[in-house]
Design a protein around this ligand. Structure first.
Ligand SMILES: Cc1cc2nc3c(=O)[nH]c(=O)nc-3n(C[C@H](O)[C@H](O)[C@H](O)COP(=O)(O)OP(=O)(O)OC[C@H]3O[C@@H](n4cnc5c(N)ncnc54)[C@H](O)[C@@H]3O)c2cc1C
Length: 308
């Protein structure tokens, strides 16, 4: 049977499939929140053809699918996800320096952002110090335009290779993409496969100094000992979501096992056994209370998967 005509079940149970398939996989094992019900199929694609054949089959059979990185900005519902959750394996985990220009790095979307930060430092390349300590993959970082208050990864991207089911792979110049505050103009069904980053040569002591300062600030201000998704809400223009939540007296507010961190008001932590419903309830509660107190509508940075 031709690969393009195969069903999802046929593809995923084929012993020659390039990757790994797990049925009814608990998503709690794949999110930094340690929360989330089962994915009908949890698939690691190790090659472009494994990825494209499964996603094309999903589209043909009208099966829902989602791409995830390290689940560090993700709240998955307690009911899980009735479809294919796709992650990027072997062929998407490569990292190489341009032979003609040592400031240019090609990184697969499945590479950890922290690995790219460390490799850049080892090569005396500056520009990603802001990302030290940010969990997640390059794919997730690009989709979210991960960054700090002042810097963001999109400003370091020269080009990005993406795939939309039904089309060919596409190499896009970074200028074709809009890089906003924790948001980008990638299409909802656009999968990021690889990117080209441009950094700057710099003194390694300077790079290390910036990285250490950022790590110190992070450790001092964030509850890194408890599962979370990082900042839950986006900062309203000219405002800080954490400041509004703190000033509304909401630190320590709870719903089941979820709690507004007493260390950083924009973090909702899983204090143990929190459900996605707890986190959602707390998000709604915080949003309502900030609205009542300041008339400001908070919007979420965290992405949701599997909610009705
Ligand atoms: C302790 C902690 C600290 C954090 N600090 C920061 C910070 O300083 N700055 C910051 O910006 N964020 C921060 N975050 C949030 C998070 O780490 C980032 O958003 C990260 O870039 C998400 O990457 P990921 O691989 O985990 O993506 P996921 O959480 O798996 O996915 C996030 C979104 O990206 C999409 N996505 C993932 N991979 C791809 C792909 N290959 N192609 C297309 N779409 C894709 C998913 O569908 C989803 O919509 C923090 C989180 C934690 C837990």
């Amino acid at each position: 049977m031709a690969a393009h005509a195969k069903t999802i079940e046929g593809l995923l149970t084929d012993p020659a499939f390039q990757g790994e398939v797990r049925a009814h996989e608990p998503m709690a094992a794949h999110t930094t929140y340690r929360i989330g019900g089962p994915a009908r199929w949890f698939v690691r694609a190790d090659s472009v053809s494994a990825l494209t054949s499964v996603l094309e089959a999903c589209v043909r059979q009208r099966v829902s699918w989602a791409i995830v990185g390290r689940g560090s900005n993700l709240l998955v519902s307690d009911d899980g996800f009735d479809g294919v959750v796709m992650t990027l394996g072997r062929d998407f985990r490569s990292f190489r320096i341009d032979a003609d220009d040592p400031t240019r790095i090609m990184a697969g979307a499945g590479v950890l952002l922290s690995a790219v930060v460390q490799e850049s430092f080892k090569r005396s390349l500056a520009g990603l110090e802001f990302a030290v300590g940010t969990p997640g993959n390059i794919g997730g970082a690009l989709r979210m335009n991960a960054g700090s208050a002042q810097e963001y990864i999109g400003s370091r991207v020269a080009s990005v290779t993406t795939y939309v089911p039904g089309s060919d792979l596409q190499r896009r110049a970074a200028t074709d993409v809009q890089w906003g505050y924790r948001q980008t103009s990638f299409a909802p069904d656009e999968v990021i496969l690889e990117c080209e980053l441009v950094l700057e040569e710099a003194d390694p002591f300077f790079i290390r100094g910036k990285m250490e300062a950022n790590l110190k600030r992070r450790r001092a201000s964030q509850p890194l000992d408890l599962p979370s998704c990082g900042s839950v809400f986006r900062n309203p223009p000219g405002e800080s979501a954490a400041r509004l939540i703190d000033q509304a007296g909401l630190k320590g507010l709870r719903a089941g096992g979820a709690e507004v961190s007493t260390k950083h008001a924009n973090f909702i932590v899983n204090t143990g056994g929190a459900t996605a419903a707890d986190v959602r309830r707390l998000i709604d509660d915080v949003r309502q209370r900030v609205m009542d107190a300041y008339g400001t509508q908070l919007t979420t940075e965290v992405r949701f998967l599997g909610f009705k």
